[in-house]
Design a binder for this molecule. Structure first.
Ligand SMILES: CC(C)(COP(=O)(O)OP(=O)(O)OC[C@H]1O[C@@H](n2cnc3c(N)ncnc32)[C@H](O)[C@@H]1OP(=O)(O)O)[C@@H](O)C(=O)NCCC(=O)NCCS
Length: 282
């Protein structure tokens, strides 16, 4: 990223914007007034602090430069995608195609490609695997994960606070991840421990990996004396809601749901969340 303010950007530039606690990459869609949008057009906004212009995208080992002459092409692509994505039929077709590829028929092939997975608590020596997975699939900063693993999750049983669980293949690569910890670790004023960042790589979905990750974290929360575990899920994330409900999570009280949404609103997030909870030891 190249540090600069909105004045030094043009239509089609990708900028990094900080809104309260949220960092997002957004496309500049107009300069007068100055407005940005996500690639698929969601939440056109003018607010937020611009940290700079994105000059390259990195995903794992791959680095894709974003040269400035591509601005007009990126702006046209953003407008086209946003128009298409605004139509419910496009989203329906996209979800249908995605679910088709990652559903039952492809499971034996995917199982063969991924190989056996071991679901267990992560330790300090799993740091590299975790950071690689995070760079590809999570929006959580590497420094936060490194610190949590070193100072809390990766410690011996007697000292461990919170925990991270991963699904590892024979080569030690992560295909699924989640952690449980106090929200206060992330600066949110919410009590208790919460499941965070539950993500399974597409090739390993619908194989029970998320279910095993949750079981592993619930067991550890119980061992640490936490009576219950909470989770918050985007209200339109049907796959995640089903996953939590299938392992016994139930909707929390309206009061906790309201408090959680208010805490996230104050942190700059606008999507509605459903709050779920479960006893840790059933
Ligand atoms: C949500 C997610 C973690 C589920 O992971 P998973 O390993 O595929 O889940 P499981 O295989 O354990 O599925 C458990 C149950 O949840 C339900 N479920 C999971 N994915 C589903 C989907 N796409 N559609 C409908 N139901 C789904 C099913 O009932 C499933 O059991 P079944 O396969 O026996 O029918 C995964 O889809 C994911 O990583 N999504 C993107 C990231 C995300 O949204 N994370 C949640 C943030 S709160």
């Amino acid at each position: 990223m190249l540090r600069c303010g909105p004045g030094a950007t043009s239509r089609g530039d990708v900028v990094l914007v900080r809104q309260a606690r949220m960092l997002t990459a957004r496309v500049v869609v107009s300069t007068r007034p100055w407005r940005t949008a996500t690639l698929l057009g969601a939440e056109e906004r003018s607010g937020g602090e611009v940290l700079g212009r994105v000059v390259a995208l990195r995903r794992g080992r791959w680095r894709v430069p974003l040269p400035r002459p591509f601005r007009p092409a990126l702006w046209v692509a953003q407008r086209t995608l946003a128009t298409a994505w605004a139509r419910p039929e496009t989203r329906l077709v996209y979800r249908g195609v995605r679910d088709f590829f990652f559903s039952g028929w492809s499971k034996p092939l995917r199982r063969h490609l991924v190989g056996p997975l071991a679901v267990r608590l992560l330790r300090a020596e799993d740091q590299d695997a975790l950071l690689l997975f995070a760079s590809e699939r999570l929006v959580v900063s590497a420094s936060f994960l490194r610190r949590q693993l070193r100072e809390r999750w990766g410690l011996e049983d007697s000292e461990r606070r919170g925990a991270a669980a991963g699904a590892l293949d024979a080569k030690g690569r992560l295909h699924g991840f989640a952690w449980v910890d106090s929200y206060r670790q992330e600066g949110l004023p919410l009590e208790g421990v919460w499941v965070r960042s539950l993500v399974v790589a597409p090739q390993a979905r619908r194989m029970g990996v998320a279910t095993q990750l949750l079981a592993c974290l619930l067991m550890e929360a119980h061992r640490q004396g936490e009576p219950s575990v909470q989770a918050d899920v985007d209200e339109d994330n049907a796959a995640s809601l089903r996953t939590f409900e299938r392992v016994g999570f139930r909707r929390s009280s309206d009061a906790l749901t309201r408090r959680t949404n208010e805490a996230w609103d104050a942190a700059g997030r606008s999507k509605r969340l459903v709050v779920l909870e479960r006893d840790s030891g059933r």
